[in-house]
Design a protein around this ligand. Structure first.
Ligand SMILES: NC(=O)c1ccc[n+]([C@@H]2O[C@H](COP(=O)([O-])OP(=O)(O)OC[C@H]3O[C@@H](n4cnc5c(N)ncnc54)[C@H](OP(=O)(O)O)[C@@H]3O)[C@@H](O)[C@H]2O)c1
Length: 287
């Protein structure tokens, strides 16, 4: 007789195995009735651990879900939305995965160190770090306030630096480090100058850190999403503006958080190893 825990673990592995097999099956022209050949033991994240900053909502939460589904133990980080982080951990655990949550403001180096310490205590180390936490304050140059500007620098530039510094020190050999840029750096819409500058920094971080970690088989990349349907986007755009952004992509839709989580999963896969020090646009063709 199996315990509830091992039953839910088996359910989780079955779900994850199916999810991992589907793209392969589709690419091979196989239909869903074909039995999966992928064994749980070779799940991409089996025995591996990921920290995702800003993962109580949006792109970070979708990334945590996806990596958990791929077999990673995940550490979920939030700033204020404890309830959302807690619910996500429960969801992952109920499906048989391993997850913890930890509050930390990425702008605070001590908080970031404590986040990595909590992960270390729970899971014994880290293989994947996704520096995702970020905020977007928009305004034309003439109207941008000092406080809004400074907070964005503290979160997006200093915060991501804090996370990447800790990642450089602690990520195990063979791991992956990813930070979040934005396709806005190509689009340059009015009012996004300061935000775009903080996102352009992520490309520099990834390119330089990839070289600094030479010899450790750690690939470091930045992902530049387009317009992704999250609180961050919805808080800044009217319905008409969101529809306009959707119409700009050849797919005629906004990005979903899962689209970016899929890109993270590709970079984290074994096949993603050779993609290193790059800025990857994942935007449905918006630019
Ligand atoms: N959505 C887009 O269209 C888009 C496009 C390009 C790039 N991006 C980038 O993708 C990343 C995620 O964006 P999103 O749209 O998913 O944002 P979101 O829905 O607003 O979620 C932001 C997440 O970051 C957390 N967070 C915010 N400030 C933090 C801090 N100082 N310390 C720790 N966590 C913090 C939030 O935690 P709480 O829930 O506790 O507040 C939340 O989990 C950002 O870096 C953003 O610049 C987004």
């Amino acid at each position: 007789m199996h315990s509830n825990k091992s039953t839910s673990r088996r359910k989780f592995l079955a779900l994850a195995t199916t999810a991992a097999a589907l793209p392969v099956a589709n690419a091979m022209g196989l239909n869903n009735s074909q039995p999966s050949q992928i064994e749980p033991g070779v799940m991409p994240g089996a025995g591996r651990v990921a920290i995702i900053t800003g993962s109580s909502r949006g792109i970070g939460a979708a990334t945590a879900r996806r990596l958990a589904l791929d077999g990673y133990a995940v550490t979920i980080n939030y700033l204020t939305n404890k309830d959302k982080a807690e619910r996500l951990v429960q969801e992952i655990k109920a499906a048989g995965g391993r997850a913890i949550y930890h509050q930390a403001d990425v702008a605070d180096p001590k908080g970031v160190k404590a986040l990595f310490d909590a992960n270390q205590e729970a899971f014994g180390g880290v293989d994947v770090v996704v520096s995702n936490a970020g905020i977007m304050n928009t305004n034309p140059f003439a109207d941008m306030g000092d406080e809004a500007f400074d907070r964005m620098i503290a979160t997006n530039i200093k915060g991501s630096f804090n996370v990447l510094r800790e990642a450089a020190r602690r990520t195990r050999n063979g791991g992956r480090i990813i930070c979040l840029s934005s396709s806005i750096i190509q689009m340059k819409p009015a009012g996004t100058g300061a935000y775009a500058a903080t996102k352009a920094a992520q490309e520099m971080y990834a390119g330089v850190l990839a070289k600094e970690l030479s010899g450790r088989r750690i690939s470091v990349n930045a992902i530049a999403p387009g317009a992704v349907d999250t609180d961050l986007l919805r808080s800044k755009g009217t319905t008409e503006q969101l529809q306009g952004a959707a119409a700009m992509t050849p797919y005629g839709r906004l990005g979903k958080p899962e689209d970016i989580a899929n890109t993270v999963a590709i970079l984290c896969s074994e096949d993603g190893e050779w993609i290193n020090g790059q800025l990857i646009y994942s935007n449905g063709g918006i630019v």
